[in-house]
Design a protein around this ligand. Structure first.
Ligand code: GDP
Ligand code: IMO
Ligand code: MG
Length: 426
């Protein structure tokens, strides 16, 4: 049984938690897209892990962790993460497999990300400044790209870094007045990265296909959310990879027909970090309340997340493009105490009602939401373990969301801990 968990909103839906729960019945956890822009939280009792590049399965001793070719790897972050896990008794070096084809994020990518965002001023994307866009741009451009495979040939890597430093240094100086890039310093850092990581570099596509044949159970861990997908999200306010379920095949070489179960992850409301249209946003006391109760501050950047009502139109769209079979809804507990709750069931755009999410960010900025209004509940539901024991208003809310999205909601989050989850039969 192979499973994929993917966010259906703008990220931070609780992927770390759900992957950790499902990993109990799996042998391998795979990241296939994004990079250290991700921040996946796993909470086990008093212990909290925030993982950026390492698959969330790493917190389970012995679990094999794969970083697929579609991921952009920041070696500095990855090594820091490996060391942090080792200090907590979780050695990963002998169970981590990094694709030789994965591209490498280096300092000049992060520098470029920051310089470009600063230059955009109020029109900035609001990136995580982790160098994601510039690294994927180099991947597509090919001639200036560095891959994990390059760590196997230090002389070749040195020559490549000299070429890159000269080319990018000239551009950064001309456009932003930046200082030259020190190719020798860059190379010295890469030498350290090589010593730590080259033993984990392999052909992960072969590894995964052999694992499928051997009947090992694979869990694919999406990063970001479907609405941040480069091709299918709210461009240009997106990330630079195919962060929807559609990125799985290109990102690790396993066709989606080999995945038995696609689980779409949502929060019981919506959040977004960074710029871009957000139809159900509540930039008011309701949004503030959700932010405080849900601790909605970025795992990677610490930025306050923008909060709003559950957007059934957006989630239905993500479920359609991702071929989603079932939905896991987190943070139901966070909504307790609000008098009434709203769910967007349609949009009004150019005078017409539609239930299809517009593929264009400019159109999305114009939509008005058509809401269903439902009664709220006062009870704290953090300790509830069965759907039948939830307050009637909570059950009604879940059933309404399910109807609008058109997929069964099979898992409900009622708190951050791995045990705070309610399973529901399909
Ligand atoms: P990810 O990027 O999708 O892995 O999500 P993040 O880790 O960035 O953000 C999700 C946050 O919500 C984390 O702080 C989780 O500990 C927390 N969380 C996950 N599920 C629940 C839930 O059901 N209830 C509450 N209150 N918190 C949750
Ligand atoms: P996880 O995996 C939420 C957002 C950034 C910005 C846009 C582009 O934790 O859900 P980038 O640095 O990728 O070029 O930024 O995408 N973004 C995320 N938002 N969760 C994430 O990851 C995100 N990764 C990127 O805030 O709006
Ligand atoms: Mg996150």
């Amino acid at each position: 049984m192979n499973t994929c968990v993917v966010g259906l909103q703008w990220g931070d839906e609780g992927k770390g938690k759900v992957v950790d729960i499902l990993a109990e019945d799996c042998d391998i956890v795979v990241r296939y897209a994004g990079g250290a822009n991700a921040g996946h939280t796993v909470i086990i009792g008093d212990e909290r892990f925030a993982l950026h590049l390492m698959p969330s399965g790493a917190v389970r001793p012995g679990m094999a962790c794969v970083i697929g070719n579609g991921v952009v790897v920041d070696p500095e972050v990855l090594i820091e993460e490996m060391d942090g896990l080792a200090q907590r008794g979780l050695d990963v070096a002998d169970r981590l497999f990094i694709s030789a084809n994965a591209h490498v994020v280096l300092d000049y990518h992060k520098q470029e990300d920051q310089l470009r965002e600063q230059a955009l001023g109020k029109d900035r994307i609001g990136t995580t400044a982790r160098g994601i866009g510039p690294c994927y741009a180099d991947k597509v451009g090919r001639s200036l790209a560095v891959r994990m495979a390059d760590f196997r040939d230090l002389d070749g890597l040195r020559a490549k870094l000299e070429r890159i430093a000269e080319y990018k240094g000239k551009i950064f100086a001309a456009l932003y007045g930046a200082a030259p890039i020190d190719a020798a310093a860059l190379f010295e850092k890469c030498r350290v990265y090589r010593d730590r990581l080259v033993g984990c570099v392999c052909d992960t596509t072969q590894y995964l296909h052999e694992a499928v044949v051997a009947g090992r159970r694979i869990l694919f861990e999406g990063a970001q959310g479907s609405l941040l997908d480069l091709d299918h999200g709210t461009f240009p306010f997106v990330t630079s990879s195919n962060s929807s379920a559609l990125g799985l095949g290109p990102g690790c070489g396993v066709p989606s027909r080999m995945v038995d179960r696609f689980i779409g992850l949502v929060k019981a409301y919506s959040t977004r970090v960074g710029s871009g249209p957000f139809p159900t946003e509540q930039d008011n006391a309701i949004g503030d309340r959700i932010r405080e109760r849900g601790h909605e501050y970025g795992t990677t950047t610490g930025r306050p997340r923008r909060c709003g009502w559950f957007d059934g139109v957006a989630v239905a769209y993500s479920a359609r493009i991702g071929g989603i079979d079932e939905i896991a809804m987190m943070h139901l507990d966070t909504l307790a105490g609000l008098d009434e709750l709203k769910i967007a069931r349609a949009y009004r755009l150019h005078g017409q009602e539609t239930t299809f999410f517009p593929g264009d960010a400019a159109d999305l900025a114009l939509v008005e939401c058509v809401y269903d209004t439902l009664p709220g509940w006062r009870e704290d539901i953090c300790d509830v373990t069965r759907f039948e024991d939830l307050p009637q208003a909570t059950r009604h809310y879940v059933e309404r969301a399910e109807k609008i999205v058109g997929r069964p909601i099979t898992m409900l989050g009622v708190g951050p801990d791995r045990r705070q989850v309610i399973l529901r039969a399909r």
